[in-house]
Design a protein around this ligand. Structure first.
Ligand code: KIV
Length: 282
């Protein structure tokens, strides 16, 4: 059994200047692959809503949807640190409800930590969840759950005022007890400044090379999701096309009678077959 990556391991990497790696995964086979690739942390992101469940945004995914997928990921990952995303309205209504929902990620779905979106406005909620014993990862910059309020899916903290507010938000999350903060879609120099101000790791997505770590979405890295491809996505493979070709090849071979051939069929002992055919006739 490989040794699990811990929160301390992430902090140690950040302190030594070693980049931290995180990818999303939403099911058992993807978790196995990401774990085997040696990635430090797996995020069961609420991007699940779009990449796997076919929703137009992340807002409609529920805690129960998330936990269902977190459980599958936990079965597939032996080594990576597991972070479960708390969906929209699962931590905003009251601190009590936030703590109860966060606890479900650990008790029912075997996550090591949760992630939630927002800056100083969620700091007291973060404090309450951390005090209850659930490690929390923050998320500022482009926060997709409130993208409408932010004016859409676009780069954040582009003015000096907004960049200063981002720094304050990240510091408030650190002060509230977050063990790391995701910085999404912010200019690289701003992300670097935040990274230098914080003592906990920053994990960037569309935030340049100055962060302590990087996260991307599983389907983006493998080129499986082409509804839209943000500027910050690098497709390390284009697997949609070969997958489509394989599925078409299956259909063609079944339709032409080529599949299944002898190599994929079970034979029967000749004398048993004779006895069967005779008995079947009588
Ligand atoms: O839900 C998600 O996948 C995320 C990452 C994009 C950081 O929050």
């Amino acid at each position: 059994m490989p040794r699990k990556v811990s929160l301390h391991d992430l902090q140690r990497k950040r302190d030594k200047g070693q980049p931290i790696t995180m990818l999303t995964a939403y099911d058992y086979p993807a978790a196995k692959l990401v774990d085997e690739a040696g990635v430090d942390a797996i995020l069961v992101g609420d991007t699940l809503a779009m990449t796997v469940l076919g929703h137009r945004d992340t807002v409609s995914v529920t805690v129960d949807d998330m936990l269902h997928h977190c459980k599958a990921v936990a079965r597939g990952a032996a080594r990576a640190l597991l972070v479960g995303d708390m969906p929209f309205m699962s931590y905003q209504v009251s601190r009590r409800e936030a703590v109860r929902n966060a606890g479900r990620y650990m008790k029912e779905a075997h996550m090591d930590a949760v992630k939630l979106e927002g800056g100083s406005e969620v700091a007291e909620t973060v404090r309450a969840i951390v005090a209850a014993g659930v490690p929390v990862m923050g998320h500022v910059g482009l926060t997709p759950q409130t993208a409408t309020k932010l004016g859409g899916y676009k780069v954040q903290a582009t003015s000096a005022e907004a960049a200063l507010k981002l720094c304050d938000d990240a510091l408030a999350l650190q002060d509230a007890g977050c063990f790391a903060v995701v910085l999404e879609a912010v200019p690289a120099p701003v992300a670097q400044a935040v990274t230098e101000k914080l003592t906990i790791p920053t994990i960037g997505i569309g935030a340049g090379a100055g962060c302590a770590g990087q996260v991307l979405v599983f389907h983006d890295v493998l080129g499986l999701f082409d509804d839209f491809v943000p500027k910050f996505v690098k497709q390390f493979a284009q697997l949609r096309e070969p997958m489509l070709q394989a599925l078409e090849a299956f259909r063609c071979e079944v339709e032409s009678g080529e599949f299944p051939g002898d190599a994929h069929s079970y034979a029967m002992d000749a004398s048993e077959l004779r006895r069967f055919l005779q008995a079947d006739k009588s």
